[in-house]
Design a protein around this ligand. Structure first.
Ligand SMILES: [Fe+2]
Ligand SMILES: [Fe+2]
Length: 294
């Protein structure tokens, strides 16, 4: 029996997307963002401002001088880096609910999401794409549907894995067969409810490249690749692990060869260490009730 009606009912309890991150998302669409606009976004959120200072002074940026004010952070790091920090620290609380359907560790989804964001960032640099905050954000949010779907996946996990093994289909295809909806579609629906920019919503919806629409925007392909590489490099694999199809044509599309991947793997090792400050953000949050437990 399809669980779709139950899953959709759980969306009624979806918490709002945090205001500060929502306002920062709107700035992703603008070709030029002024420092004043960024100050306006964060100035009423002391927790996010504190996080900006903490992350700005962390090994992640490796700045020689200490940053004491929001204005100084904006000047030294630039708008794209600041947008990443604002969105990551604003969105953290959505990831604070456990997702046992996918990860045994409480912060598993957050760690996987930050890893994917870092990977998309490295890939964007390697292929010289501008606009890195959009890629980082799409990497961060790609699996947000798991927050809602986790409880249902947990109930039906053995059936889903049986379909993966017997029919040789990717994990999200098995979710669709057993639950009637998969976590990528669920994430797309959440992004629609939160009024995410279209490109971001579509990258979330199609990040497993299971529909032709996925191939219309490089952002989606990049998120797909970032996700696959994150899983290949073994960081917080999750229950769905490597049960996904590989698409070498995406590597070819971006003219990425083995030597590029080796370089990215090396860079990822240090980015992972330096990004511990992002993983630590979770400890600062009170957390919100997970929608599907409400
Ligand atoms: Fe996914
Ligand atoms: Fe993922």
């Amino acid at each position: 029996m399809s669980l779709v009606p139950q899953v959709l009912r759980s969306l009624k309890n979806l918490p709002p997307f945090p205001m500060v991150a929502q306002r920062a998302l709107l700035l992703l669409n603008k070709p030029e963002v002024s420092i004043q606009e960024l100050v306006e976004v964060v100035k009423f959120d002391p927790a996010v401002t504190a996080n900006i200072l903490r992350i700005s002074n962390s090994a992640y940026f490796g700045l020689r001088r200490e940053i004491h004010s929001l204005h100084q952070a904006l000047l030294l790091l630039g708008t794209q880096e600041l947008l990443k920090i604002i969105i990551a620290s604003g969105a953290t609380r959505l990831f604070s609910a456990p997702t046992p359907g996918y990860f045994t560790e409480r912060q598993g989804l957050w760690r996987h999401s930050v890893s994917c964001a870092l990977m998309v960032d490295l890939l964007s640099r390697e292929i010289s794409l501008p606009d890195q905050a959009t890629g980082f954000t799409a990497g961060l949010m790609h699996d947000i549907g798991k927050v809602v779907l986790s409880l249902f996946v947990e109930q039906k996990f053995h059936e889903i894995m049986e379909v993966v093994e017997k029919e040789g289909v990717p994990f999200q295809a098995a979710e669709k067969i057993i639950l009637g909806v998969d976590h990528a579609e669920m994430g797309g629906e959440m992004a629609r409810m939160w009024d995410f920019p279209d490109r971001l919503r579509l990258a979330i919806t199609y990040h497993h490249l299971d529909k032709p629409e996925a191939y219309t925007d490089d952002l989606t392909l990049l998120v797909y690749l970032g996700d696959i590489l994150t899983m290949m490099f073994g960081q917080d694999l999750g229950a769905d692990g490597l049960a996904y199809t590989g698409y070498p044509e995406v590597l070819r599309h971006f003219h990425l060869r083995e030597k590029n991947l080796q370089k990215i793997l090396l860079q990822f090792g240090s980015a992972w260490d330096e990004a511990q400050v992002f993983f630590g953000l979770m400890g600062n949050q009170d957390g919100v009730q997970c929608a599907n437990r409400g």
